[in-house]
Design a protein around this ligand. Structure first.
Ligand code: ZN
Length: 336
């Protein structure tokens, strides 16, 4: 089974050829244009996808000496994401599929992230999935490989957004995650005591907007120099990590009360790249006798390899639907 996948939900233009369980090739173009704005500008993202999608698609076919008519399934992200960006990628892939009379399977970006760790791990169930991205912060429970249940999510900003906005307020680059981690390595994590919204609530929801407001006020009344920036980044990263670790612990406990004993935890999405957060999750998980999974590097940030994999994995349950309308707020409302 040879799959062609495209992912254009935000600021990455990505295409992948996957044969059975092998990534034949994977090209991801990260849009640099947003750097000067300190965040993604939707209209610029759509234009950039339009410029790149055809170029990298032709490149991947040519480089691997594969013709579109050899593809068994075409798939593309159809939500959630920026509507213009989604339309560029999915419409392009639908046209390719129509041209060679092959099925087009619409994919949910969140399913791509959730299933990403099953590419490189033999998942044990019940399985808790923590999704940490620029657009989402969510907990999912999978009691088996098919059933998926949303347990909690951010009520305002996503975790990646908290990193990006803090970096922007401090005049650091975009994306913020890497810059903050770098600065945090040189700072004192106990220097500032920052708020940890919802940390003691007995549910699995998150909130990051209050933290952003607090940091904004702190910056306004402080002298901004390297000492301040490094200490704030270290304290911010520790605060985020404390929130995540305590919510994972709460998740295990809440499920335990439902007689569900978690066997494994997956941490997926771009923020799962942060080494400090990873280290602290590992300390917690080692005490709990739970397996911990991360996606392979190619499937961490937004990418089309996870879309190809999710499509392949769920092919029997995924419908050929060329008429599927892109949905910017698409949720997971079916079992995988
Ligand atoms: Zn994503």
């Amino acid at each position: 089974m040879l799959v062609f996948a495209a992912e254009t939900s935000c600021d990455e233009t990505s295409v992948c050829l996957m044969k059975n369980k092998n990534i034949v090739d994977h090209i991801t173009f990260s849009q640099e244009i947003h750097k000067i704005h300190g965040g993604v500008v939707p209209e610029l993202a759509s234009r950039s996808h339009l410029e790149k999608i055809q170029e990298i698609t032709q490149k991947i076919f040519k480089k691997n000496k594969i013709e579109p008519k050899k593809i068994d399934i075409f798939t593309a992200t159809c939500g959630p994401g920026l509507i213009g960006a989604l339309l560029v990628g999915s419409t392009y892939v639908k046209s390719l599929a129509l041209n060679v009379k092959r099925p087009f399977v619409p994919m949910n970006h969140l399913e791509g992230h959730i299933l990403s760790t099953s590419f490189n791990n033999e998942i044990k169930y019940p399985h808790l999935v923590l999704l940490l991205t620029g657009g989402h912060t969510q907990f999912y429970l999978m009691q088996n490989s098919k059933e998926v249940e949303l347990l909690g999510e951010s009520v305002d900003d996503a975790i990646g957004e908290a990193f990006d906005k803090t970096a922007k307020l401090l005049g650091l680059g975009y994306p913020g995650g890497f810059e903050i981690e770098n600065r945090a390595n040189k700072g004192d994590e106990k220097f500032f005591s920052l708020p940890k919204p919802l940390i003691n609530d007995k549910n699995l929801n998150f909130s990051f907007s209050g933290l952003k407001t607090y940091i904004n006020l702190l910056i306004k009344k402080s002298e901004i120099n390297d000492f301040f920036i490094n200490n704030l980044c270290a304290s911010f990263q520790k605060t985020i990590s404390d929130i995540i670790v305590s919510k994972i612990e709460a998740g295990i406990k809440i499920l335990n009360e439902r007689n569900i004993n978690i066997k494994a935890l997956s941490v997926v999405g771009g923020v799962s790249n942060n080494n400090y957060i990873k280290k602290n999750i590992k300390i917690l998980i080692d005490r709990k006798n739970i397996e911990l999974y991360y996606p392979i590097k190619e499937m961490m940030s937004d990418n089309s390899a996870m879309i190809a994999w999710a499509c392949l994995k769920n092919y029997n349950n995924s419908k050929n639907n060329i008429f599927f309308k892109c949905e910017p707020r698409l949720r997971i409302n079916r079992n995988l």
